[in-house]
Design a protein around this ligand. Structure first.
Ligand code: FE2
Length: 375
């Protein structure tokens, strides 16, 4: 039975963990990488630092590398309608294709994963140029999403072999690192994917949330947070649960056409400055009703940031046993109601904003209703 818990949960699965240092790079497949690169550059302040395409010997695709502090994204588009990347974009719309993990030994990580039952997408390969050598190997996860083990061995080129520098700095808004990446999976499949991360990666269930934690008058979902022991990798998995109306997770699945990445949470050390910059740049953010802030001081206790300013900017606040956290969510970043960002500032809290789930999901449902998908 799934029990609600905000405390760490250890599972009985005794599998040696695949040693992952951190998230390395996240690749998106998009319809128009050139324009998407400017979107993330102008609105979110990412540097566009590298490019790969026909000019560098890649005849079929274009990729742009974005970076802000420790966060790296690659945006890739295909140049012809028959290319497999174009087919995936037609099906899913723009979205996350690959979550790359930084490792010391990509071949060993890959072989371990395959031995434990992972599906191979691309066997180990070595990329090399004057900047050095990079080893990569890729396995499948939920939907058409993949995980690549990336071994950089002190590579000192611009990004990876095949890329050239593309100098377009962004106006940084203080985004620091990937805090967690959330996947939405089909109803009834969450525990299969929990077992996948337990038995293949050696991850454990850090938290779990049931319908009582995450339900509104209309819809519900359940969630388990998979993590590695060092805490660098946190990947919650959601599945829709029975409610009076369609779960927001089901809306995602209906439009993405499969399981996939729902949101990437990005940390900042100064969420007030970050959100002011986002608003100034025109980023659409999820709004919460002013009533959310009515009894906030009693609920949250004392915090360093001025409540009036948090309320003005629509920033959510939650407290758990370790401290508090501040968070806000963007609207979906493409026309389909699929992928979005969370911006999070942790002040000791290690949870995921359980106290905000209801307010947040009611906000999502208001938008879902406006799209005609809450029925
Ligand atoms: Fe999140």
């Amino acid at each position: 039975m799934i029990k609600s818990s905000e405390s760490p949960v250890t599972t009985p699965v005794d599998v040696e963990e695949i040693p992952i240092q951190d998230f390395q790079v996240i690749e998106f497949y998009v319809g128009n990488a050139k324009q998407a690169a400017y979107f993330y550059n102008k609105l979110f302040g990412f540097d566009i630092l590298a490019y790969r395409g026909p000019e560098t010997g890649f005849r079929e695709t274009c990729s742009y590398v974005l970076r802000q502090n420790q966060i790296q994204f690659v945006l890739t588009s295909a140049l012809s309608p028959d290319h497999p990347i174009e087919k995936q974009v037609q099906r899913h719309g723009d979205g996350v294709k690959d979550i790359g993990f930084l490792v010391q030994d990509a071949v060993k990580c890959y072989e371990t994963a395959i031995q434990r039952g992972a599906t191979s997408i691309q066997p180990p390969r070595t990329l090399e140029d004057e900047g050095g050598k990079i080893q990569k190997a890729t396995v499948a996860t939920y939907g058409e999403t993949t995980h690549t083990f990336v071994q950089r061995e002190g590579y000192h080129g611009v990004f990876e072999p095949g890329y050239i520098a593309h100098h377009l700095p962004g106006n940084s808004i203080g985004l620091q690192r990937v805090d967690h990446i959330v996947g939405n999976v089909e109803k009834g499949c969450m525990d299969d994917w929990v077992r996948f991360y337990e038995t293949i990666f050696g991850f454990y269930v850090l938290r779990h949330y049931d319908e009582k934690d995450i339900s509104t008058q209309y819809s519900a979902l359940v969630s388990k947070v998979m993590a590695n022991r060092s805490g660098t990798i946190k990947m919650p998995l959601n599945e829709p649960a029975q409610g009076l109306k369609k779960s927001q997770i089901q809306e995602y699945l209906d439009f993405y056409k499969s399981a996939g990445v729902q949101h990437i949470a990005i940390s900042t050390q100064d969420i007030i400055a970050t959100v002011k910059a986002l608003r100034k740049n025109g980023v659409e953010l999820m709004s919460v009703p002013k009533t959310y802030y009515t009894d906030i001081a009693e609920r949250i206790g004392s915090i360093a940031e001025p409540l009036a300013e948090l309320s003005e900017l629509g920033i959510l606040i939650d407290r758990d046993e370790g401290g508090y956290l501040l968070q806000i969510f963007t609207q979906p970043l493409q026309d389909r109601p699929t992928f979005f960002f969370e911006i999070i500032q942790r002040q000791g809290a290690e949870g995921f904003g359980k106290g905000n789930f209801k307010a947040l999901f009611e906000a999502i449902e208001r938008d879902q209703a406006r799209r005609g998908n809450l029925s």
